[in-house]
Design a protein around this ligand. Structure first.
Ligand code: PMP
Length: 284
């Protein structure tokens, strides 16, 4: 049975417990990270931990474990569960206290949960055929840069996509694409420029996004970080999303119409391969 980590203990998943008063459960008062595992090793671990620190700081959530402590737990879980390819999920909440909108005292212990999920992310059939997306209004709160566990709206958007026979939803605010339900959104224009929304509180600052843009610059591909409209996306020659679990994922249809020739594009496929090679080489 899968072993999980809960606030200091490794336990079989069926024995893991958290309090009904946990603020993660009652208020979504928690942050998380998802780190890709390839060949049993962690991809971009330090960047995930830097973003975790930022999320904690933005929510004024005290947390005492160090990056070295967290690395040890991640590795222990990968080992105990014998994960070769998959992910490690980490969630930290403000802990358990009587229900009150006011934060509890700063010495309330955090709840820290980690678990692994095995999954074949590289040989993913949807990545090979290309994703179909729909566009939906972005009705999330205005601090999408903080990686909180309040994921109900993205979950609803994904359900809407599913009910319409698509794979994912791209979120739209004022006619401009913000990001995917759980990934960053990118297009490639007819002159080969990669366009992706600039960093702000409108989107999550994706770790994969940053690495892929770095790879693109090294390949001397042109990159523009700016908002793009739904119309631009429809007219793009290629589109793709980036995330730790989707890697670089081609998007080939939007709202039922093909993007470009309706097949995963050359720039997208090249970036996916380069991202994979780089991730395997640098994983720890
Ligand atoms: N945007 C959103 C809304 C996300 O949920 C995610 C993944 N959690 C991303 C972007 C991609 O981030 P990363 O590349 O760090 O996985």
């Amino acid at each position: 049975m899968r072993q999980v980590y809960v606030s200091g203990s490794y336990l079989p998943e069926s024995e893991a417990r958290i309090s009904v008063f946990d603020r993660g459960f009652l208020f979504a008062d928690g942050v998380y990270e998802v780190t890709l595992v390839l060949d049993g090793k962690l991809v971009d671990f330090a960047s995930h931990m830097a973003r975790l620190r930022r999320s904690l700081r933005e929510l004024d959530m005290p947390f005492s474990l160090t990056e070295a402590d967290l690395l040890k737990i991640h590795r222990e879980l990968i080992g105990r569960n014998n994960v070769s390819e998959g992910l490690v999920y980490l969630q930290i909440t403000r802990g358990a206290a009587d229900r009150d909108f006011i934060f509890p005292t700063r010495d309330t212990p955090n709840t820290v949960v980690l678990f692994t999920q095995e999954k074949a992310f590289v040989e993913n059939p949807v990545a090979i055929r290309g994703q179909h997306v729909i566009t939906v209004e972005d009705l999330r709160w205005r601090r999408c840069d903080i990686k909180t566990v309040q994921l109900l709206y993205p979950s609803m958007a994904k359900m809407q996509a599913k009910s319409r026979g698509a794979d994912d939803a791209w979120l739209v605010r004022d006619g401009y694409v913000t990001e995917g339900s759980s990934n960053n959104a990118h297009i490639v224009t007819s002159d080969g420029t990669i366009v992706t929304r600039d960093l702000s509180s409108d989107i999550l600052h994706g770790i994969t996004r940053a690495v892929v843009l770095q790879c693109a610059s090294e390949l001397h591909l042109r990159v523009e970080e700016r908002p793009f409209t739904v119309v631009e996306a429809r007219l793009a020659t290629e589109a793709f999303s980036t995330s730790s679990s989707g890697l670089v994922n081609p998007v080939v249809r939007m709202d039922g119409a093909p993007i470009g020739n309706g097949l995963p594009g050359v720039v997208t496929r090249r970036l996916r391969q380069i991202y994979l090679d780089r991730s395997r080489a640098s994983a720890i």
